[in-house]
Design a protein around this ligand. Structure first.
Ligand SMILES: O=C(O)CCC(=O)C(=O)O
Length: 386
């Protein structure tokens, strides 16, 4: 459907992912088309991005959390919102790491390919040729369940039309940068009646980018079958619609943002190391279990997350938990004494402390000690040989 507003002539473009999945259309060419639609209109829809049954699985994996959440928790009116999807829904991973979405995130965030944007690093400016890209990561994962009556006077949405980039402390609008993209998966069919997301097409091109002109413009709704996904920029004005049907409208909002900004939903807390440890590396990295640039995001003894918190027995309260080799010429005595007798004495002392902690029902303390024992046992005892 074509519309005209103060931002020009626009349409909500729809691209069919079946072209990539079932024929030989190249993923990069497809993503470039989506990117071009987002660039022109601020929004684009990918249909058939995943099979409908995958959406049903996500809803059933999240059902207990959705049902345990009141409408309007945190003042969000007629919507129920549940996050921590990486930890709670394995099926959501195929959407969170959907190849077309990741390609778009790479292009729009990493390479800043939308009009007016550029990557700017150390005085250089460009469009993200290899090695000259911004790091980006997952920013938020959230089921948005708009119940019947959601958006009515009785159950008002408090968010209404807005721009996601309104959330940052810094005013990025004059910087020529897209700090985040938003993605809304239809887990049930999105219809006009049940509150499909409203979009003000072209509003990402307001001047300045965070301007207010777009809020009075007519919206189009993201009517789409389940398994489809709408993508928009952090500058694009949008909002959940009212649900006038008698069924729930269930969407899954997954946002991505630059890796040197704070995450809206803290992924490292929402999916803590003891769960993240068992996930695929791609998912760990998307959440931010990595060092996105230079020293950013290190842990304890300047270690990357994968060499610290993601290791089974890493314990920040245990000296030497880094497990790296010590050199007697430069380093201290290490966690593992070089002398065999001292080593055995330390081991049995830790065992004794652990047994005492268990006997006293100090299970947390016992866990630290268990890890300390494990680290002691695998600690390099280089000092002995040198
Ligand atoms: O649920 C929707 O359709 C949009 C929700 C939204 O824009 C938001 O909460 O930021």
């Amino acid at each position: 459907m074509k519309i005209s507003n103060i931002f020009g002539d626009h349409e909500l473009s729809r691209l069919d992912y079946a072209l990539v999945r079932d024929s030989d259309v190249d993923l990069e060419a497809f993503s470039r088309q989506v990117e071009s639609a987002v660039d022109q209109h601020g929004f684009a829809i990918i249909e058939n991005a995943v099979p409908g049954v995958a959406c049903d699985h996500v809803v059933s994996e999240m059902r207990a959390y959705i049902d345990a959440t009141p409408h309007g928790l945190h003042g969000l009116g007629g919507t129920r919102r549940c996050g921590a999807l990486v930890a709670r829904s394995t099926t959501s991973h195929q959407m969170i790491a959907h190849p077309a979405i990741l390609e778009l995130a790479k292009r729009i965030l990493g390479e800043q390919r939308l009009s007016g944007d550029a990557v700017r690093i150390n005085g250089r400016e460009g469009r993200g040729e290899k090695g000259f890209r911004y790091p980006w990561q997952l920013h938020l994962t959230q089921i948005i369940d708009v119940g019947p009556g959601g958006g009515s006077n009785d159950m008002p949405h408090q968010l209404k039309l807005h721009r996601a980039n309104g959330m940052w402390m810094h005013d990025f609008q004059h910087v020529g940068i897209d700090p985040q993209i938003e993605v809304m998966w239809a887990l049930t069919d999105f219809t006009e009646e049940n509150g499909a997301t409203h979009a003000v097409l072209g509003s990402h091109r307001d001047e300045p980018r965070g301007g207010v002109r777009g809020y009075g413009e007519p919206t189009v709704q993201a009517v789409m079958p389940k398994g489809s996904v709408m993508i928009w920029t952090g500058w694009s004005i949008h909002g959940a619609g009212a649900n006038r049907s008698d069924a729930r409208r269930v969407g899954m909002n997954i946002n991505y943002a630059l890796g040197f900004l704070a995450q809206e939903e803290n992924q490292l807390l929402a999916c803590p190391p003891h769960i993240a440890r068992d996930l695929p590396e791609q998912m760990q990295r998307l959440m931010g279990y990595r060092q996105p640039a230079a020293a950013l995001n290190y842990v304890a003894e300047c270690q990357p997350p994968e060499d610290s918190v993601l290791r089974e027995d890493f314990d920040v309260l245990v000296p030497g938990a880094h497990g790296h080799v010590m050199d007697v010429k430069f380093d201290g005595p290490g966690f593992a004494p070089a002398d065999d007798a001292a080593f055995e004495a330390k081991l049995s002392d830790l065992e004794r402390q652990k047994a005492a902690a268990i006997a006293a029902d100090h299970l947390e303390q016992a866990l630290h000690l268990k890890r300390a024992i494990s680290i002691l046992q695998r600690s390099p005892r280089k000092t002995k040989q040198t």
